[in-house]
Every structure is written in C-alpha cells, then in structure tokens.
Design a protein around this ligand. Structure first.
Ligand code: SAM
Length: 340
C-alpha cells in the first residue's frame, strides 16, 4: 500500500498566493482535509456523466515505489466512471488556432461571436474575456510579433505558456513560484542554450513595453528554464474527442494540416498522474480546455491510477524512445516489463 500524502500545508500556502484558477484547483487538493463552502465551486470534482456533482473525488496524491508521486483511488471506481474534472491553470491556443478557438478556454467559437473589444484574439464568451482581463491587460502593452514568429518558425508551444504565466505574474494574478510544486524535466545544456533566444525575446518584449525592472525582477533565465522544464513535462496537447460527423470531419482536416491539437494546457492535479502503456484511466476534452479524467476499467481502492502519455498502439521500442526523449524516463509499467 503506498504512503498517501495530504495535499495541503506547504503546497496549499504556496498555491494560495497564486491566481484564481490555481486557487480553485487548491480546493481539489485540499479535499482530504478541507470542506468547501457551499458557495464555492470546486474546479476538480467527481461527477456522474449526467453532470451531477458528487464531490469529493475518490482520489489522493501519494508516493509510488518508483515513479515519484502518483494518484491513487480512495475507493473502488467503476469502469467508465468520471473520476474528476479539472480546469487548466495555464492554457494557450496553438499559433495556427489563434483565430479559430477561444483565447482563454480553447473552446470552439459560437456561430455568433460575442462583441469583441480585442482586435488580435477572440473569445467565445464575455465570461472568458472577463477571466482573461488580468493577463491580457499586460500582454496588450507589448508587441509580440517577433516572439510569435520565433515560436512559429521553430514549432515551439511551451514558451507560449511561459509567456502567459509571466503576464499573470506581472498582473499580480499569479505568484512567480506557482509551478514549483510540479516535477521539472531534466534539461540538457543544449536545450538550455537553445532557450536563450526565446527568453531574450520574451524579456525584451516586456522591457520595450515599459514594464518596469521591478515588475520584471522574477523574469530571470533561471525562472524561465524552471517554468519551461515544468510545463514541458506536465502540459497536455488539447485535442477534442470527436462526437459527431462534423467533429470527425474537422479533426481529419486538422490532421492534414498536421495540427490536430487546438492548444496546450497545464493542470495541477492531472500533473500528478503517472504514465502506463496499458492505462486504467484516460483524460479527455469535449468542448474546451476543461478536462475529464475517466476510468477505463474497474479500479480497486488503493490502486494507482495512470494515464497514457503517448500513442499506446506503438511497439515497445518506439514507446521507449518517445518516453525517454519526450519525458525523460524509462517506463516501469507492467507492459514494458514484459517487453510487449
Ligand atoms: C507528469 S509527471 C507525473 C507525476 C510525477 N511522478 C511527480 O512526482 O510529480 C511525469 C514524471 O513521472 C515519472 N513517471 C511517470 N510515469 C512513469 C513510468 N511509467 N515509469 C517511470 N517513471 C514515470 C517520470 O519521472 C516522469 O517524468
């Protein structure tokens, strides 16, 4: 039986200083010790597929024997059960989706887009526009064309999330150490060297926009690489599960464009799920970056829940290469132990 840890205390106080999305995620972390007020709506809660919430979610973060922290079931979970939902703490559309999905929630745009006050990006609702006001005010002060062009030319998506985090920090909506709780990727000196350019572009875009040195004190190369190392290992490509012929058609078209993902998002609780090449759980997106974690089969109380980070249909060798190069680990799952 793994040693279970309560996600409160040090983690909670660090997260309390963070922006509202992170604060809401805190409810999902504190569920073992805290009761949420009737007016607060946890961002991560279990619910039936009818959408009826039945919190708290039956999960707990604990230590595994050989994969660091992981997520464990606190009771038996049925196959197909919706275990919990989660809202992103950071999200950003892919550069090719900037005008076709909501700049905040990555959701599809309604036929009639609400009146926009923002020329460069588009929101699916007034609510999303309002939620973006803090970071967008900072972002709008600067000219991002060189930074975007650099990311576009080199196929970079993680710097877009670092930029959004930096805007949140400058706006006062997030603290600079918001992501410290997450496991960082090990970056080679070559990777760190290549990040120099994007870091300089990010910092100089803020400086040119007259963001003061005091406001930018956190934005050091060390902070940048630390944030990027965490985003790299923990963020998800957001791809909608096709639910209609129209969706299937659009995703086929997106694949032809070699970009099926509408964007990238980072979550707090889902970041603690380890990988398995024969997972018992999966993560899905239906209409925006809010995600659902569902059981693929029956899960026993105390069992670790794992998702699959890659395409599980690949053969053993291909999976090892991808997991090692992309995530920096040698997979210890049962399927890999038998070289299947
Ligand atoms: C997204 S994090 C998962 C949570 C992480 N264990 C933690 O403590 O924060 C991914 C990291 O967990 C570890 N990990 C996940 N799945 C693993 C597996 N199947 N075998 C070995 N290590 C794994 C690796 O260190 C990997 O880089």
């Amino acid at each position: 039986m793994p040693q279970l840890v309560r996600c409160s205390g040090r983690w909670a106080s660090r997260l309390k200083k963070s922006h509202p999305q992170i604060k809401n995620q805190l409810l999902s972390f504190s569920f073992t010790t805290a009761t949420t007020s009737s007016t607060s709506k946890p961002d991560s809660q279990s619910s039936s597929d009818s959408g009826r919430p039945c919190s708290p979610p039956p999960i707990q973060v604990g230590f595994t024997e050989s994969a660091g922290r992981g997520v464990f079931a606190t009771r038996r979970i049925e196959a197909g059960e919706l275990i919990h939902t989660a809202k992103p703490i950071l999200s950003h559309p892919s550069l090719t989706s900037l005008k076709s999905v909501c700049y905040f929630c990555l959701g599809r745009l309604p036929e009639k887009i609400p009146s926009q006050t923002d020329d460069h990006v588009v929101f699916c609702s007034d609510e999303c526009r309002k939620q973006s006001e803090g970071f967008r005010e900072v972002e709008k002060k600067a000219n991002w064309s060189t930074f975007f062009e650099h990311c576009h030319m080199h196929g970079l998506k993680y710097p877009l999330l670092v930029k959004r985090l930096a805007c949140l920090v400058i706006s006062g909506a997030a603290s600079a150490d918001s992501l410290d709780i997450l496991q960082p990727a090990t970056l080679s000196s070559q990777m760190i060297f290549l990040m120099e350019k994007e870091f300089i572009l990010l910092r100089s875009s803020f400086q040119d926009a007259d963001i003061t040195d005091k406001q930018l004190a956190f934005l050091t190369k060390e902070w940048y690489t630390g944030a990027l190392a965490r985003i790299r290992i923990n963020s998800f490509r957001v791809e909608f599960a096709g639910s209609s012929y129209q969706d299937l058609f659009s995703s086929a078209a997106a694949l032809v464009d070699s970009e099926a993902a509408v964007g990238t998002a980072l979550y707090m609780l889902p970041s603690f799920y380890n990988h398995d090449c024969d997972p018992n759980t999966h993560i899905i997106w239906i209409q925006n970056a809010d995600t659902r974690i569902k059981a693929l089969r029956e899960i026993e109380a105390g069992e670790e829940m794992r998702i699959c980070y890659i395409d599980a249909s690949m053969d053993y060798e291909a999976r090892q290469v991808l997991l090692f190069e992309g995530f920096g680990f040698k997979c210890n799952c049962l399927r890999c132990s038998s070289h299947d």
